[in-house]
Every structure is written in structure tokens, then in C-alpha cells.
Design a protein around this ligand. Structure first.
Ligand SMILES: *[C@@H]1O[C@H](CO)[C@@H](O)[C@H](O)[C@H]1NC(C)=O
Ligand SMILES: *[C@@H]1O[C@H](CO)[C@@H](O)[C@H](O)[C@H]1NC(C)=O
Length: 383
């Protein structure tokens, strides 16, 4: 299913492109919004994993989506819109662009290649192994042979490959030169890394923390370079929040505090990412590379430490789940559900509420240098 577009003979697109190339070019010139491409994990997934029949990282069931238009469970790991949606809204869209895997005709692919596409897949990571099996999050034994072929997530490498299809489509529709200029103006938002850290933490790996963070940084750099080669220039990057404070992790702390080791890894990841982005920004061969790095750690921690000004009443317990902190069971129709959802930071045991996602997007978009640097996402869009 996922490889569908890679298999489409390009001549079909070529024929189609002749018919629409002119119209498309005019259409693009007159749009006020900047095209936006979104990659990452469940923090940005708007239904990718609904297209993976065997995936255990899905949220296309109630009460997910309870505050989405018409109460639809779209696959978002949220009670409503997620951060990808709110960022897209701030850019003038109605919500996030749809998932790449939802396109079932070549005209849908062309149309959305010109506006924006969401590739993010819940459970995925920077590393190819992350999210490949149930064992990442729940059990420690390797998956049974029969399970191994089930496609659980779309890894970031695969997301970049999917973007290659978009790149080819744009070249055919717009021509090489115009596609290049089109992509140089497009925004690329990436929100990923938490699942890699959970995987490392739970595997009790003998690799040192420093070496692991370094390897994540190398992986990130490779993905960014691959996107750059395909024409991406403007990157809005979101680092890892204090994942040790998720309800699912507080469960493991006797006093109910955050799991410090996970938070330390998240902080180290942010430092690594800062260094890599600074390097790419000045490295020969990467001219025009421009970025904005959102500090998801500090922006979330500031809310956890001082929730009142942000209008949150509960920053520890998930609104939807079960057990201690509602952090011991998934959010499904059998889960216990809070009534005042807008007062909660966490929707389920891992993910923010719609209210928290809205705050995060607003901070990324318009925040100062404590939260997003060297420029914010609004400035990135204008640059
Ligand atoms: C194609 O996708 C559209 C929109 O997601 C859907 O309404 C339609 O039923 C799909 N068609 C096929 C043939 O799968
Ligand atoms: C548990 O939380 C407390 C704060 O309540 C913190 O001091 C302690 O380091 C945490 N334990 C672990 C294992 O992270």
C-alpha cells in the first residue's frame, strides 16, 4: 500500500501534467499560503497509520477526535486538532494537509503536492528500527516471525522516500526550474525523536547515553541532507518534550514525579540538534538552508511547572486512559474520560490535548528565542 506511488509509471503523470501544468502554475502564483510538508511521528500524524492495516500505533477510534469537527476519530492522537493542524491554521490553511497514504488517484497526488502533504506516522522514529514492532513500547521479547512482516509505522527514511515521489511529481508538473523555486519557498515541519528515546530507554541498551544521542543526531543530519537534496530549504524543527513527564512514565516513579533519565535524554537531544542545525546552516554545499528550532522541552516544562497562566488545571494525569495518572491504559472506548478536556495538558498517556497542541503551535509560530530560535516559524515562513 505504502509503495503505491513509487510504482506508478511516470508517463501517466506526464500526460496528466500537460493538461494541468499551466493551470497549476497560475494557481500556485496566486495562493497566499506557503506549501507545507510535515514529517514525523504521532505528534503530527493526521491519519497516516489508518492506512497500515496491521499497525498497533493507531488512534482511529473514539474517544479520540471527540472535539474534532463532527467528533470524527481521524487517526489523530488527540481529542481534536493536533500541532500539525494548528501550525497549518496559522499559515492560513483549514487544518493539516492530508496524509500522503490517503491519495488514491494521481490527480489527488498532484493537487496536494502543490499545497502540502503530511507524511507523519505514529510510532516512527529517526532510526529505522524504532516502532517496527510492538516490542518497542510494551514487551521486551522480539516479535514472532509471523508479525515481523506487518507494517507498523512509516519510518522517517520511508517518509523521505515518499517525498521523493512528490519531488518527481512537481518536476513533471511545474518543470525543473519552477519546481526548484516552489520547493525552496515551501515549509518542512519535522517533529520526531521521542520514540527513539523511549526505545533506547526501554531496551536497557549497553550503548552509552552520549553515543546514543550522537547517533540520533547523525540520523537527523542524514534525513535533513536528503530532504535538502530534494529541494527542501526551510525547516521548522520541533525537538523532544519532557517525555519523562508523560502520564505513562510518571507511573514508574514512586513519588509520581517525572522520570529524570528520560528528560535528561530529551534535553541532550535538543543540544545535539542545536549543534547540527548550526553546522548545516554554515556548511558549504548547503546554501540556502534555513531553519527554526522549537524547544519543545522548555515550552512544555514551563507549563508543567506553572500551569495556571496557561489555563491548565491538570498537567500530570491524562484525560483519557486508565490506572494511575490514567497512564496505564490506552485511550479507547473503554477508557475513563475526563469531562473538562481543555483543562488537561495530556489527552492520553503519551499525547497532548487539543488545547496543549494549540498553545504549542502558537508558541512555535510567534514565540521568542527562549522557545524557538534563531527565528520563529512565522519568520521562517516569511523568510
Ligand atoms: C479515494 O479517496 C477519497 C478521499 O479520501 C475517497 O472518498 C474515495 O472513496 C477513495 N476512492 C477509492 C477508489 O478508494
Ligand atoms: C521521581 O520524582 C522525583 C520528584 O518527585 C524525582 O526527584 C526523582 O528523581 C524521580 N525518580 C526518577 C527515577 O526519575
Amino acid at each position: 500500500m505504502a509503495g503505491r506511488w513509487n510504482q506508478i509509471p511516470l508517463h501517466i503523470l506526464q500526460v496528466l501534467s500537460m493538461a494541468i501544468a499551466v493551470a497549476a502554475a497560475v494557481h500556485v502564483e496566486t495562493r497566499k499560503t506557503v506549501p507545507v510538508f510535515i514529517l514525523g511521528d504521532s505528534t503530527a500524524d493526521v491519519g497516516t497509520n489508518n492506512h497500515l492495516p496491521g499497525s498497533n500505533a493507531r488512534a482511529d477510534f473514539h474517544p479520540n477526535g471527540i472535539d474534532f469537527p463532527y467528533g470524527r476519530a481521524t487517526g489523530r492522537f488527540s481529542n481534536g486538532f493536533n500541532s500539525a493542524d494548528f501550525l497549518a491554521k496559522l499559515l492560513g490553511f483549514k487544518r493539516s494537509p492530508p496524509p500522503f497514504l490517503s491519495f488514491n488517484t494521481s490527480s489527488a497526488l498532484v493537487k496536494h503536492s502543490l499545497r502540502g502533504i503530511n507524511f507523519a506516522s505514529g510510532g516512527s522514529g529517526l532510526l529505522g528500527v524504532t516502532g517496527q514492532s510492538m516490542s518497542e513500547l510494551t514487551v521486551t521479547s522480539p516479535p514472532a516471525a509471523s508479525q515481523r512482516r506487518v507494517r507498523n509505522v512509516v519510518t522517517l527514511s520511508e517518509q523521505v522516500k515518499q517525498f521523493l515521489t512528490v519531488h518527481k511529481t512537481l518536476k513533471l508538473v511545474l518543470g525543473q526550474e519552477y519546481a526548484k523555486s516552489f520547493l525552496s519557498k515551501s515549509l518542512f515541519f519535522i517533529s520526531i525523536g521521542s520514540n527513539d528515546i523511549f526505545g533506547y530507554f526501554q531496551s536497557k541498551s549497553t550503548i552509552s547515553k552520549a553515543d546514543f544521542i550522537y547517533s540520533l543526531g547523525c540520523a537527523y543530519e542524514t534525513h535533513l541532507k536528503n530532504l535538502y537534496k530534494l529541494g527542501a530549504r526551510k525547516f521548522g524543527i520541533i525537538s523532544i518534550p519532557p517525555i519523562g513527564c508523560c502520564p505513562s512514565q510518571r507511573v514508574f516513579n514512586e513519588t509520581g514525579g517525572c522520570v529524570e533519565e528520560l528528560n535528561d535524554l530529551a534535553k541532550a537531544f535538543h543540544s545535539e540538534l542545536t549543534a547540527i542545525l548550526k553546522k548545516l546552516n554554515t556548511q558549504p554545499g548547503y546554501e540556502g538552508f534555513i531553519y527554526s528550532l522549537g524547544n519543545a522541552y522548555d515550552m512544555t516544562m514551563d507549563v508543567i511547572l506553572n500551569p495556571a497562566p496557561f489555563k491548565f488545571k491538570d498537567v500530570q494525569t491524562a484525560c483519557c486512559g486508565g490506572g494511575r495518572f490514567n497512564g496505564e491504559a490506552i485511550c479507547d472506548p473503554k477508557a475513563s474520560l475526563c469531562s473538562k478536556r481543555q483543562q488537561y495538558l495530556f489527552w492520553d498517556r503519551f499525547h497532548p490535548t487539543k488545547a496543549a497542541s494549540k498553545l504549542a503551535a502558537a508558541t512555535l509560530f510567534g514565540g521568542g528565542s527562549r522557545y524557538v530560535s534563531p527565528i520563529n516559524f512565522a519568520q521562517l515562513a516569511q523568510a
